[in-house]
Design a protein around this ligand. Structure first.
Ligand code: ATP
Ligand code: MG
Length: 758
């Protein structure tokens, strides 16, 4: 469908329309939440196609999640028709998978490479730690992986790290023992090198590698770089504030920004690319940068104008999502962050309902009240369950909320938590599939060697692994050469042979083009014995595992229906790349369920009704962040993201007592509540009585030492500024004697110095 310019910009405001139509090499659309950034990006793509005369294949659009990509593709289909289906609209990770599958050969990646998820990576680090004799109590695999991830997000290669820290180490070196080194940096460098060495040997990559190795490919292979620079004439990135350094470099490499000078313009491009570089459009909001812990660098958006020559910035100021009350709250909270450019954001939607606040005695009561309110909204105000979302800072908070919803008989869906693809039985089945596609994949092969149990325990694994290491061949290749391995007990040898026959049989089955991915899944489940083992089990949990496995087969069937030429490798790719938010139903599908999710997952989404829960110091902001000014700012951005998800109604709730690590803890109201102007919140219950949980406090009570000291030392300091607490703005919320009545005699501690009276 060819669209006229007017059809594409007629219903937009002037700034939005300008952004859609802008012609130039670098455009930043910076704006607050709900101002239509994503909408403008989508329209701009349609505009580039219909008005600039670009080919669909010349556009690369990057979104933050697969769900966002699917949504954008859907909207594009509505605007420009079915060509949208074939376009590169994807996450960074999916785009890189596609590039590496096609061209990874030149950096040593076979096109069937495996993608390791966090659990796989942890397994690999554990294997390495065992071989190098690393004390995993002191250097946990998680900590090591997080360090490796940092290196990769900053494009620091293992070769450089090794040269700096441990120049004598050779990856793959046998018998090397680290033990407890004086120099932790050397340990990290060695594990990093070894980790990359083994990934390469297994023809595997981790998530960070998808970006880093694509950059490496573009830098090392000029022909490949040239191909993509000519191919992609327009690159558009949503949620740009959450890109990390590696992603930033990737965009530059793909666009040919640094290589552009003097490069000839592609002949077929009437507009973009005269400078020899792709036209870049990025949209984002520096106030919504919430992924610093994964390496996101807010400077990418802040420095955009310096980074990209002839860059243009367009600000959007009208919010189309939320009521004025919700916007006022969001603006007031984010205004407490230092060093940001103030933004004007207004809405024509009117004041709307006040924000509703509720202070509960504990987490269970908080959850029960929310469930009651949801039932009321549904019953009395006819609001659909799927129009309501409950958000929280950490996954662990979902448990009490779920319980309350179940008790109230309300339908809900949880996003995140233990994800489908992280479940043990699903990982086992996927490991078989990976082993079929990529026999060099040691982590997955070793995972299934004795799953289900077939008498191939740790000893058998060690014998095979030893042979593989000595001969520098993959684990499975060693099993194939079983006859030349010495000292294998007969029983073990027989079992190994049976395992080899099983895998060979499965591989033959998978190679037959008549067998589709769902057939292969079924074959694996039955021939491997995975299903039988679970069916025979008495453990009630195993019954639900059986259901999960049948679900996996349905996922494969669904994949076939949506994908022409569906292959097993293609199926594995989609399973490897699903992120939390991808479990949400797509645009237009009404789940009929209340959504529960973390604030991080909520980015980019919107709901008519939003509950922000756990608004307490130590919960949100997270306790880790309270001491550190920059982390506190990040938490505040997260609060801004949360508040701005709401279209019509916003609830803020807190609990006065919350269990953490099995301990009942006294929780102070979140400072973010204080930062919302008092008049905006209608408190249904403002003061929570605190249950006395004497038994859980080591010294038997809330005495002066604990609370007096807290108020003075931890809250009085620079992070907080004295103003947040103790100012009169809170009205009667603190310090009134009734609120702490349940304290009995120790109640007097409250309302005194640490909170100030109103
Ligand atoms: P976020 O910062 O949360 O990602 P955003 O800036 O990407 O938000 P969108 O999600 O694109 O904002 O838009 C927010 C809402 O406003 C959407 O429901 C969108 O359809 C609507 N909207 C945006 N622009 C307009 C417009 N000109 N007219 C009507 N509705 C609009
Ligand atoms: Mg958006």
């Amino acid at each position: 469908i060819a669209r006229t310019a007017n059809e594409l910009v007629g219903d937009l405001n002037p700034q939005q329309a300008e952004a859609v139509q802008y012609r130039g090499p670098a455009l930043l659309i910076g704006a607050g939440a709900g101002s239509g950034k994503t909408r403008v990006l989508t329209r701009r793509i349609a505009y580039i196609l219909s008005q600039f005369g670009a080919w669909p294949s010349q556009i690369l659009a990057i979104t933050f999640t697969n769900k966002a990509a699917a949504e954008m593709r859907e909207r594009l289909s509505a605007l420009i028709g079915p060509v949208a289906e074939r376009m590169w609209v994807s996450t960074f990770h999916s785009a890189c998978v596609r590039i590496l599958r096609r061209d990874g050969k030149s950096i040593g990646l076979d096109s069937g490479f495996s993608i390791y998820d966090t659990a796989d990576c942890e397994r690999l680090v554990k294997l390495i730690a065992a071989d190098l004799n690393i004390d995993v109590k002191r250097y946990t695999p998680r900590a090591i992986l997080s360090r490796i991830s940092d290196y990769k997000n900053n494009l620091e290669g293992w070769q450089d790290k090794l040269r700096e820290q441990a120049p004598d180490y050779r990856p793959g070196q046998r018998g090397y023992q680290i033990g407890n080194p004086g120099n932790a940096e050397a340990l990290y460098a060695i594990v990093y090198a070894e980790y990359q060495h083994r990934l390469a040997a297994a023809n595997a990559v981790d998530f960070d590698d998808l970006i880093g190795r694509t950059v490496e490919l573009l830098r090392r292979d000029p022909a490949v770089a040239d191909y993509y620079r000519h191919k992609f004439r327009y690159i558009l990135v949503d949620e740009y504030q959450d890109t990390n350094h590696a992603q930033y470099v990737l965009i530059r490499e793909l666009a040919g920004v640094d290589a552009a000078k003097g490069a000839p313009a592609p002949a077929n491009m009437p507009y973009a690319g005269r400078e020899g570089q792709a036209w870049i459009t990025v949209v984002g909001d520096s106030d919504q940068s919430i992924y610093a812990f994964r390496g996101a660098d807010i400077r990418n958006i802040q420095d955009f104008e310096q980074d990209f020559p002839n860059a243009k910035t367009i600000m959007l100021e009208q919010n189309y999502r939320s009521t004025q009350t919700i916007l006022d709250a969001a603006n007031a909270v984010i205004a407490h962050n230092e060093g940001r450019k103030p933004k004007k954001l207004w809405t024509a939607l009117g004041k709307g309902e006040p924000i509703v606040g509720y202070a509960a005695d504990n987490a269970q009561q908080e959850a029960a009240w929310i469930a009651g309110e949801i039932a009321r909204l549904h019953g009395e105000e006819n609001i659909g369950y799927s129009d309501m979302a409950i958000m929280y800072r950490a996954n662990a908070q979902s448990r009490s909320l779920e319980e309350a919803l179940i008790n109230a008989g309300l339908p809900y869906q949880l996003v995140g938590g233990t994800r489908f693809y992280e479940r043990r039985e699903i990982k086992d089945a996927i490991a078989y599939l990976q082993g079929i596609v990529n026999p060099a994949d040691d982590v997955n092969m070793r995972r299934i060697l004795n799953v289900p149990k077939r008498g191939l325990g740790a000893r058998a694994e060690a014998i095979v692994a030893g042979y593989a290491e000595t001969n520098a061949i993959p684990f499975y290749a060693a099993i194939e050469r079983l006859d030349s391995i010495e000292g294998v007990p007969t029983r073990t040898a027989n079992q190994l042979r049976a395992f080899r026959d099983l895998m060979d049989g499965l591989r033959k089955f998978a190679a037959d083009p008549a067998n589709r991915p769902s057939d292969i899944v079924a074959e694996v489940l039955s021939k491997s014995g995975l299903l039988d083992e679970l069916k025979k089990s008495e453990d009630p949990q195993d019954a639900s595992r059986v259901e999960n496995l049948s679900q996996l087969q349905s996922v494969a069937a669904e994949f076939e229906q949506n994908t022409p030429d569906a292959t097993l490798a293609g199926f594995l790719e989609t399973t490897a790349l699903v992120a939390d938010s991808d479990q949400l139903p797509g645009e237009g599908e009404d789940s009929g369920k209340v959504t529960l999710m973390t604030l991080h997952t909520a980015k980019g989404l919107e709901y008519p009704v939003v509950f922000l829960t756990g608004m307490e110091q130590g919960t949100f902001p997270h306790s880790r962040a309270m001491e550190d000014a920059s982390e506190l700012s990040e938490e505040r951005r997260l609060a801004y993201v949360g508040i701005t998800r709401a279209k019509r109604r916003l609830y803020v709730t807190r609990a006065a007592v919350r269990a953490q690590w099995g301990q009942a803890n006294e929780m102070m109201p979140s400072q973010f509540l204080d930062e919302i102007p008092d008049g905006l919140i209608d408190w249904k219950r403002r003061e929570a009585g605190v249950e006395r949980m004497r038994a859980n406090w080591s010294n038997g009570g809330f005495d002066d030492d604990e609370f007096g000291g807290w108020g003075d030392d931890d809250f009085g300091g620079t992070t907080y500024g004295g103003s947040a607490y103790g100012s009169g703005s809170r009205g009667g919320s603190y310090g009134s004697s009734s609120s702490y009545g349940s304290y009995g005699s120790t109640g007097s501690t409250y309302g005194s110095s640490s909170y100030g009276s109103s």
